[in-house]
Design a protein around this ligand. Structure first.
Ligand code: AHR
Length: 669
């Protein structure tokens, strides 16, 4: 592979002694590289209770009553319990006198009405036996249920035993009923009952609530699939998405959303892959599946929800399709892969097909008449872990089939980038539009890699950095991680002629604490971007760094000549103290200069421009900083570190002082 050392890399790395000390010269006349319009986006999967107990606003934990049966599994493990006598998140109202007993049982098999998934739906049911009138079960949600004053909640439950049923919300603190509805059930066939709960002025602020379902008369009852949703201004036809998280994502200016994974796309085994056909249609008819991060996914966040989510944040999808390889290492290829290729083609048709096509028509029926935007399809996830060597063949099969039907689509490969570039992964005739590279490093690793892409071959496949993060701090990252992230973003931005798209992972973590053995029972992966519990959400310093970078971006890269940038002692050696990049908006002329100071001392930098002027009036500095690099934000102190905007004077040849441990965006208008 011909490795070109770019002129830019040389300019950025070398300390040119003939220039003034600590100088950044912006070469405005050499701003030739185009910034990719899809440079900054988002990546998502079901991990850390990202949807269940997160973005997907269904508020009851284990609505399909399967949780215990499938609990206790980590990645790659077999289920410890196959049948479970007792549910975990559904608890009798009367635990003292045992006048109420409950048990899990498999729900009678029902055919889907959708007729698109050949499988049958097998939610479990809850058998409730009460010996006292007015008893039943409660559900505490995902470490709490947020009941807000003057708010409507809607839901439904399945039942096949006659009686008078009351559903409602009560305060977790004092059992005060906040809203309830009584429903008469007649007949003994399974039926779905809808309800509405209007929380009024009984509470003045958002309160932790418990959902209850009780029976007027003592007896034996059986219920199944039970849900509760808040009314949401951003609700989709099928399910709501949490407003605060949607707003936070929108503030990141994402241009795309990579979904559905991550490991979540693959699953531990074939039956646990993201089988998109099981995720569309009525919620109650989605079978759900075990997620590789150790808990049950109801698939309430299905393909259509991912797509509408993407649309609502103003982004386009990067659609990952299952590629015949699962996390436990099993794979299929050749003829055995064909059904999965057909699934992928059907999925693309669901996304962009017209109403005359089978799957386009299904999308119309599901409530979205217009085709979605789509230019990128990714084949698998991290198939560089597939040691069988089958990926290049599997990829080729997908590539040819997709290109034959949709030549306009760009196909992303998850082949081992180094193997491909070195020629060791059988790439003989492999056609790859784009390669997905993943980097999880510590901050030192990010600093060291801050010029990585400057040396990439400009004529090779384009790059998608589909997962990256500096992993420091937890559950959400600290300022030091944000410094590493920002240094890495200077690299990606400077090279966005070949680095077409990038997204951080993981995006979400539920940071609830319940005092149990695990401090954060909702977290499987430490160091995440956005944290939340049932009541509020907050952004890590890394989150704010991304808002700053993506929200202040030109369309051309301005090469920077640097001189005498100081070193800092970091880890076991010396590393540059400053990391920087500049872009310019061609239309407005605004220059966005980003400087990261990873060290604990302020650095004076002389700024100058070649081939143009740096106009000084109306310039702004947006800065994210703190006294200590391990400072952070938490659910209780969510705004400890947030960007501050101030006016600043930029003069051609003048100096600026870059604060210690800081990420800075100079908006030079
Ligand atoms: O982001 C967490 C995991 O890291 C993803 O699921 C996987 O793709 C990667 O290994």
């Amino acid at each position: 592979m011909n490795k070109l050392k770019s002129l830019l890399a040389v300019c950025c790395m070398a300390a040119v002694s003939s220039v003034d000390a600590q100088t950044l010269t912006l070469n405005l006349d050499k701003a030739d590289r185009t910034v990719s319009p899809t440079l900054y986006g988002l990546m998502t999967e079901e991990i850390n209770y990202a949807y269940e107990g997160g973005l997907y606003t269904q508020l009851l934990r284990d609505p399909t009553m399967r949780e215990l049966q499938e609990m206790g599994r980590g990645q790659g493990q077999r289920p410890r319990v196959r049948t479970a006598p007792k549910p975990r998140s559904w608890v009798p109202t009367d635990t003292l006198s045992a006048s109420c007993r409950i048990a899990n049982r498999q729900m009678p098999v029902r055919k889907t009405t959708l007729n698109i998934a050949p499988e049958t739906v097998r939610h479990n049911s809850l058998v409730i036996e009460t010996t006292k009138d007015g008893e039943g079960v409660i559900n505490k949600g995902f470490w709490g249920i947020a009941a807000a004053p003057n708010t409507k909640y809607t839901g439904s439950f399945f039942i096949h035993t006659p009686g008078v049923v009351t559903v409602g919300l009560k305060s977790a603190k004092d059992d005060k009923v906040l809203a309830q509805q009584t429903i008469a059930v007649s007949g003994d066939s399974w039926q779905q009952k809808d309800f509405t709960l209007q929380v009024g002025d009984a509470i003045s602020e958002t309160t932790n609530a418990v959902f209850f379902i009780t029976f007027a008369k003592a007896g034996k009852y059986e219920i199944s699939y039970t849900t509760l949703f808040p009314a949401s201004k951003r609700g989709t036809k099928f399910a709501g998405l949490r407003d605060d998280l949607m707003d936070m994502m929108t503030a990141m200016h994402p241009t795309f959303l990579r979904f559905p994974g991550g490991n979540y796309l693959e699953g531990n085994r074939f039956s646990e892959r993201f089988n998109w056909k099981n995720t569309v249609g009525p919620l109650s008819e989605r079978p759900g599946h075990q997620c590789p991060w150790g808990y049950w996914s109801t698939d309430g966040m299905g393909l259509l929800e991912f797509l509408t989510w993407t649309e609502k944040i103003g982004a386009e999808p990067i659609l990952g399709v299952f590629a015949g390889y699962v996390l436990q290492g099993d794979y299929v290829e050749g003829e055995a892969l064909e059904p999965f290729i057909k699934d992928a083609l059907d999925e693309i048709e669901y996304v962009i097909g017209g109403p005359q096509t089978k799957w386009g028509a299904q999308r119309v029926k599901d409530g979205h008449p217009e085709p979605f935007r789509l230019q990128y399809v990714e084949i698998g996830n991290e198939d560089f872990f597939d040691r069988s060597g089958s990926y290049s063949r599997r990829f080729q099969q997908f590539y040819e089939a997709i290109k034959a039907k949709y030549p306009q689509l760009q196909i992303i490969s998850t082949i081992d980038e180094k193997a491909l570039r070195s020629g060791s992964d059988d790439p003989a005739n492999l056609k790859v539009d784009m390669i997905d590279e993943h980097y999880y490093r510590n901050t030192e690793g990010m600093y060291k890699a801050a010029w990585q892409y400057d040396s990439y071959d400009r004529n090779g496949p384009k790059i998608f950095c589909g997962e990256w993060a500096s992993r420091e701090g937890g559950p959400t990252t600290n300022l030091n991680a944000a410094l590493g992230d920002a240094a890495w973003m200077t690299c990606m931005e400077r090279n966005s002629d070949i680095l077409v798209a990038s997204c951080y992972a993981p995006l979400f973590v539920n940071v609830s604490q319940d005092g149990g053995q695990k401090k954060y029972p909702g977290m499987q992966w430490e160091s995440d971007l956005i944290g939340y519990d049932a009541f509020s959400a907050y952004g890590s310093p890394s989150y704010y760094a991304q808002c700053m970078f993506a929200g202040n971006l030109g369309d051309k890269v301005v090469p920077i000549t640097a001189a005498d940038i100081p070193d800092m002692h970091y880890g076991n050696g010396e590393l540059p103290q400053l990391y920087y990049v500049a872009t310019r908006d061609t239309q407005s002329g605004t220059v966005y200069l980003k400087i990261v100071n990873g060290g604990g001392t302020a650095v004076k930098v002389r700024l100058s421009a070649q081939g143009g002027k740096l106009r000084t009036s109306k310039s702004e500095l947006i800065s994210l900083k703190s006294a200590k690099p391990d400072d952070t934000n938490t659910i209780d102190n969510p705004k400890n570190i947030v960007p501050q905007t101030s006016k600043c004077k930029i003069k051609n040849g003048g100096t600026i002082t870059v604060a210690p441990y800081s990420i800075n965006v100079y908006v030079i208008k």
